[in-house]
Design a protein around this ligand. Structure first.
Ligand SMILES: [Zn+2]
Length: 340
């Protein structure tokens, strides 16, 4: 039954080691230099070679762990393919190195490839971010914190993403570990996130879309200010409700779990509560930062400031799209949100 979320009883692999979680599917864990201190990655035995799913961030520690794992577990076979669920630095940051040094070909969706290329090649436009934070009602001190240590540092965690790749489309079937896996794209957390579902193995690689303990970040940034990531997230999750009960979900963070349908229900109630808090915060006109302080009660430093502003904007956007909240810039250029 999938009316609860149940963590599956696998041993957690130590850094540099791998644990089997399904026939031909190995779980690998890499350290991350963030508050979220690890990422789960997957290695699939394709018989004539191996597929890696997601890479970890750019860094000597990740490379050393990968070398050790590949030397230990590949039994001399070649790493022939890298599938990336999405373009965030912990998932695609090392794709350039994996392609160049290990000779694997990159497979991902077009949206994620393009985004990853951009992340790995372009410096952040700090002027644009300054205007974004100003409109959100951040003080100069808030902004100094955000620029000192924020997503603007993303490029540090990327090797150059390859200039060619195999494009994954929603609904494609690919073979990994001797089984069919259907590509299911999902939205909200990233531009065209790929989940991979194998009916015969009863397994889904869920990336960051389906996590057992935390909710994925759903942020509006500077590059696509009209986006509606929260609505996209909730909408695109619904078709995953039709997947088999008892499906084993392999998430990018925390632990493998069962109970996808229950988890999707928990996401919905979590965001419904956050939307209520957001709407209540707009009873009298409030800036994004003022609303964010109601949603996020912990102190906001650089990186968490970036997520708090982006998440709050996406909750406000949801309410704006439903006609419940209106937005008006004040004389300072700070956008003030109020109940419609
Ligand atoms: Zn992500």
């Amino acid at each position: 039954m999938s009316d609860t979320v149940t963590i599956l009883p696998f041993d957690i692999p130590a850094a540099g080691h791998a644990v089997a979680v399904a026939p031909g599917v190995l779980w690998v864990r890499m350290p991350l230099p963030f508050a979220l201190d690890h990422i789960n990655l997957w290695l699939l035995d394709d018989g004539d070679g191996w597929t890696m799913v997601d890479t970890g961030v750019l860094g000597d520690a990740t490379k050393t762990h990968w070398q050790r794992i590949l030397d230990t577990h590949l039994r001399g076979a070649k790493l022939k393919r890298l599938v990336c669920t999405h373009s965030h630095p912990d998932h695609m940051g090392l794709a350039g190195w994996v392609a160049e040094t290990l000779g694997a070909e990159l497979w991902t969706t077009e949206g994620e490839w393009a985004q990853g290329r951009r992340y790995s090649l372009e410096a952040i436009d700090t002027e644009r971010y300054r205007a974004y934070y100003q409109a959100a009602g951040c003080t100069e001190a808030d902004m100094d914190g955000a620029f000192g240590n924020s997503s603007s540092g993303g490029m540090r965690h990327f090797a150059r993403v390859p200039d060619n790749y195999h494009r994954l489309y929603d609904g494609d079937t690919i073979q990994m570990a001797g089984h069919d896996w259907i590509v299911m794209t999902a939205f909200g957390h990233s531009v065209e996130h790929a989940c991979l579902f194998s009916e015969s193995l009863n397994v889904m690689i869920g990336g960051d879309q389906f996590l057992p303990k935390i909710t994925p970040a759903l942020t509006i940034g500077t590059e696509n200010p009209d986006a509606s990531p929260l609505r996209q997230f909730l909408d695109s999750n619904r078709r995953f409700l039709d997947l088999p009960q008892g499906l084993h979900v392999l998430p990018s963070h925390n632990l493998p779990f069962e109970g996808l349908q229950a988890r999707i229900g928990q996401y919905e109630s979590h965001h419904a509560k956050r939307l209520d808090t957001t709407l209540a915060a707009c009873e009298s006109p409030a800036s994004c930062m003022e609303v964010a302080r109601k949603l996020f009660t912990r102190p906001l430093d650089g990186r968490s400031m970036f997520f708090a502003v982006g998440e709050t904007l996406s909750h406000l956007r949801y309410l704006q799209d439903d006609g419940l909240v209106g937005a008006q810039p004040d004389p300072r250029g700070v956008v003030m949100f109020s109940r419609a």
